[in-house]
Design a protein around this ligand. Structure first.
Ligand SMILES: NC(=O)c1ccc[n+]([C@@H]2O[C@H](COP(=O)([O-])OP(=O)(O)OC[C@H]3O[C@@H](n4cnc5c(N)ncnc54)[C@H](O)[C@@H]3O)[C@@H](O)[C@H]2O)c1
Ligand SMILES: CCCCC[C@H](O)/C=C/C=C\C=C\C=C\[C@@H](O)[C@@H](O)CCCC(=O)O
Length: 337
């Protein structure tokens, strides 16, 4: 490696952090690293102090806004939401969670029977004027455009969009990209069309459903992984654009770990997994290792992001081990304006 003095600071921090791990477990291995550390104890201290202070500052600023009295929390009563893939699974749980908070909800889905059944249940619990089911395939731009238009015609405004619809299909991988990524991008653009204050909208929140597979590549779901990484990149970028452009719309991603829905069943289907079907036990082993949530565990994260106006662009993670927390990005990885 060329002289590390000429490396950028972020590199040197991570280099020394890795070196220090070798020192901590020093057992005669890594002698050359030990000698490096001996030569540069001051630089190590400086980088650790700078980075630790920065991360502490980030944690404090986020914790001081999430859940505390000081952060401004919007009320959901009277708000209007649209949820894609709302007929089952995580989307179905989100629909109920929003309605229990007083929002009116349009649930859009290709699963007509499930959607209509769920609408009947919601009517009995919340009244027939509080929800709307629209048959819609998010990969068909005219259907998606029509669903947003019908929602605004029915409820007058739009404040919350949850781009949740998603599939797992490594065999028909173009379909996975069309549903998970292209459908989400269209849903975000349509949400901004109706919600941007410059367009006469009342602002609000767009929430795009990624996954921990959008942070940790999953070997046996490369296209699913690509779609979920794309959701995070797109959302962080357009959230920054919303800031700069003063759209009045916050845009976030949620990255759950494994959640107990029909999606998990696709692991056992060759028509979904294709060449990766042979590795299905590897994914099952991950589920055993990391645990599986119920869909309701995602709802609190959604509500936190809706009610807290200080988190535009944040990437929320929801895991069995750590619950709700946020992905940390170093200064060099902040959106470039
Ligand atoms: N289940 C998990 O382990 C998990 C973990 C992290 C993220 N996610 C993500 O959560 C989201 C919801 O997944 P889920 O687990 O609830 O799956 P699910 O299969 O139970 O529900 C997905 C819903 O989306 C609908 N849908 C699929 N294609 C559609 C299309 N073209 N147009 C409209 N609706 C469509 C389905 O009909 C279904 O109602 C997905 O984006 C998924 O990637 C799931
Ligand atoms: C058949 C498709 C199912 C896909 C479901 C889902 O979208 C994919 C999840 C992929 C990986 C999940 C990993 C979960 C890890 C966490 O539980 C966590 O413990 C790892 C540490 C991450 C962190 O907290 O930063």
């Amino acid at each position: 490696m060329k002289d590390i003095d000429s490396q950028p600071s972020w590199f040197m921090f991570h280099y020394y952090r890795e070196q220090s791990k070798i020192i901590e477990n020093f057992n005669g291995f890594g002698y050359e690293s030990y000698s490096v550390m001996q030569k540069r104890p001051i630089q190590i201290g400086i980088y650790y102090l700078v980075e630790f202070a920065r991360q502490e500052e980030q944690r404090e600023s986020r914790s001081s806004t999430v859940g505390s009295q000081r952060c401004s929390r919007i009320q959901m009563e009277g708000k209007v939401a649209l949820v894609t893939g709302g007929a089952q699974g995580i989307g179905k749980a989100i629909v109920r969670g929003l309605m229990e908070k007083g929002a009116s909800v349009a649930l859009i889905d290709i699963a007509v029977e499930k959607g209509e059944e769920y609408k009947n249940v919601l009517d009995k619990e919340f009244g027939s004027d509080k929800s709307l089911f629209i048959k819609c395939d998010v990969t068909k731009k005219d259907q998606l455009k029509d669903a947003f238009q019908k929602t605004v015609e029915r409820f007058g405004k739009l404040h919350i969009v949850i781009n949740n619809a998603g599939i797992n299909n490594e065999k028909n991988w173009e379909k996975t990209i069309n549903v998970n990524l292209t459908g989400m991008i269209r849903g975000t653009h349509l949400g901004l069309k109706y919600m941007r204050t410059q367009n006469g909208g009342e602002g609000g929140l767009i929430l795009n459903m990624s996954s921990l597979a959008g942070i940790m590549p999953v070997a046996h779901q490369p296209v699913y992984t690509a779609s979920k990484f794309g959701i995070i990149g797109f959302t962080r970028a357009i959230a920054a654009a919303s800031d700069v452009g003063q759209y009045g719309v916050r845009i976030n991603t949620i990255c759950p770990g494994f959640v107990n829905t029909d999606l998990l069943q696709t692991i056992d289907k060759e028509e979904n997994m294709g060449e990766y079907f042979q590795y299905r036990d590897n994914i099952k082993a991950m589920m055993d290792q990391y645990g599986i949530h119920e869909p309701t565990s995602v709802v609190q994260g959604v509500i936190d992001l809706i009610e807290n106006e200080n988190l535009n662009g944040a990437v929320m993670k929801i895991t069995v081990s750590a619950g709700i927390h946020y992905e940390e990005y170093g200064p060099q990885y902040q959106p470039k304006m």
